[in-house]
Design a protein. Structure first.
Lengths: 270, 156
């Protein structure tokens, strides 16, 4: 029995290793059928995902209304009847008012920056299932003029870039994804380096010379060097400086300008 | 009928993961209901079904991360491994499933991180802590998945 278990374990380990190696071979990963399979799955799932997102958003607003109602009940018993009346009357409009406020903010931002006047506003409908990949799905695709390699921003700064565009939805790789890389310039000193993702809301900046006088909270913006991201979009602020005497470059950590864990509405630049 | 129920269940879990659970961050990590399902399915139904459920679920995870056959390979291997462990080492002890989810999530997360670093050249920061945190979070999902799966497995 123990020997059988050992054999089975060995078989499982060999099978797991073989699968891992096979599916990660560059030729398999880049094969056209593999990419088509991904696109088909994505296109098939999008409508359900969109419907689920809308349901969750509405349910969230309703749940939020009930939570605030309960708090109010505890705080002030006398106002209970009036609160119920108020929430019953105004509750359904709260979500619309919030959404309106967010959209107005985004619209004002778009109007105040002529360079972004042709940008497409989109809503985040889903997020990648794995924490190793910082990828979101938005509800705009090629039918709306969204194509791969377009920059995605909001009123606070850079979010990422479109990596795959379907007809009605697109995948956006966030700047916090370890696979992303952007060229950044520090506004105060003019030093330029390469920022790559470190997971949630943090970036690592490389190739900044150790003699550069970077300080905490210095602002980093896109340099415009890569061509994907226009120049001057806020990326984040320095939160950690790693400087060693014998190193040619210093290691900087920046906190992203945008809270990437709470994305809702975004702009795709064209 | 059972296969149809399985497909619908996987789709519901995928929607739950991408629309709700992936937005809930706990110290930078989040729940992974898809992996918990694959582990539990492998443990309950054996290696071939674990492999099939893993590949199916992994394909959906690949679609959500814009990766190509990455999660289908890893989840397939995890499902197969769990199926073999159940028939070879463990009996019908449901308590073991909690421990297995903890251990297999941790191993799977490490395999994912190593695979990304080796094959894709990606930098995966503090992956051991993230893998451990993710394992702890996944344990909380076991009762939900087990109850749902018992219903799917009932009558052919």
């Amino acid at each position: 029995m123990r020997r059988n278990s050992g054999n089975n374990l060995l078989k499982a380990a060999v099978a797991a290793a073989a699968l891992l190696i096979f599916f990660n071979l560059p030729i398999v990963r880049s094969a056209a059928p593999a990419k088509w399979a991904g696109s088909i799955v994505s296109a098939a799932v999008y409508p359900v995902q969109f419907a689920a997102y809308k349901t969750v958003t509405v349910t969230g607003h309703i749940a939020g209304s009930f939570i605030s109602l309960r708090k109010a009940q505890k705080e002030n018993e006398k106002l209970r009847a009036r609160l119920i009346e108020e929430i019953a009357l105004k509750g359904p409009f709260t979500s619309i008012i919030d959404e309106n406020r967010a959209l107005r903010k985004l619209l004002n931002f778009k109007r105040s920056n002529p360079a972004y006047s042709t940008a497409v506003a989109a809503e985040v409908i889903a997020r990648s299932s794995s924490s190793w990949f910082e990828v979101i799905e938005i509800d705009k695709g090629t039918a709306d003029g969204v194509y791969p390699n377009k920059a995605v921003i909001n009123e606070n700064g850079l979010i990422g870039k479109v990596i795959e565009a379907g007809k009605r939805s697109s995948m956006v790789r966030l700047i916090s994804d370890p696979g992303s890389s952007i060229s950044v310039t520090f506004k105060r000193t003019g030093d330029t380096g390469s920022a790559s993702g470190l997971g949630v809301d943090k970036l690592k900046v490389k190739y900044i010379h150790s003699s550069a006088a970077i300080r905490m909270l210095d602002e980093a913006v896109t340099s415009g060097a890569s061509g994907t991201y226009p120049r001057g979009i806020p990326v984040g602020r320095v939160s950690d400086i790693g400087k060693k005497d014998y190193d040619l470059f210093q290691q900087l950590i920046i906190d992203t300008a945008v809270d990437l864990t709470k994305l809702d509405k975004v702009l795709v630049l064209r | 009928m059972r296969i149809l129920r399985l497909f619908i269940f996987v789709l519901v879990l995928f929607i739950l993961q991408t629309v709700v659970l992936s937005r809930l961050f706990v110290f930078g990590a989040h729940f992974d209901v898809l992996l918990v399902f694959v582990i539990c399915w492998g443990l309950m139904n054996g290696a071939p079904e674990g492999l099939a459920a893993g590949i199916l679920t992994g394909l959906l995870a690949d679609a959500s991360t814009a990766s190509t056959f990455f999660f289908s390979g890893i989840y397939g291997a995890a499902g197969y491994l769990c199926g073999i462990l159940r028939s070879g080492v463990f009996r019908d002890d449901n308590v073991v499933i909690f421990g297995m989810v903890l251990a297999v999530t941790f191993i799977t997360r490490l395999a994912e991180a190593f695979s990304l670093m080796q094959f894709s050249g990606r930098d995966v920061p503090s992956f051991i802590a993230a893998a451990f945190l993710s394992s702890l979070l996944n344990i909380l999902l076991v009762p939900l998945i087990m109850i749902s799966m018992e219903k799917i497995n009932k009558d052919g």
